[in-house]
Write a protein that binds this ligand. Sequence first.
Ligand code: HEM
Length: 151
Amino acid sequence: MPLLPTLSTFFIVLSAVLVAAGWVLIIKNRKSSHRKVMIAAAISALIFFIIYASRTIFVGNTSFGGPDDIKAFYTIFLVFHILLATVGAVFGIVTLTFAFNRKIKKHEKIGPVTSIIWFFTAITGVAVYLLLYIIYDGGKTTSMIKAILGT
Ligand code: HEM
């Protein structure tokens, strides 16, 4: 199992589980617990991003190593996942900003949308991880730094 991708996938899944728990808590009107659990979800998403970004810069990205006829499917799936993660991150920041500024009506409106985008980000993230490392062996890994330095 590749260490960094396994770790970052773990943190995406953890943050989605925490968002689900935070949603249940606010339905039960447990405000202070909702606040704590959602902040933990945001931190866990941030840890995912730090691991993912450092790996991209220092180690590189791994290309798909599976059969050619699945490659197009994998690439579309990967782009879909990256789009979801980017939109999810922006929505997450907006949702948190509304919460901290006590714009609770707006927060309540956008909260479920953010949560659902984040669930799909996690599900597609796990699928990408399985396709890239577990079901098939990963392809070549090229480092951005190595590419820039030409070594
Ligand atoms: C499932 C949809 C969501 C609903 C219905 C919802 C609803 C609420 C409500 C009603 C409050 C106000 C509690 C109060 O009056 O003190 C609140 C607070 C808060 N929510 Fe959410 N929320 C949702 C999703 C999220 C998400 C996704 C995050 C973070 C990424 C989040 C983070 C927070 C935080 C940090 C507070 C505390 C604000 C403060 O007291 O300073 N919520 N939420």
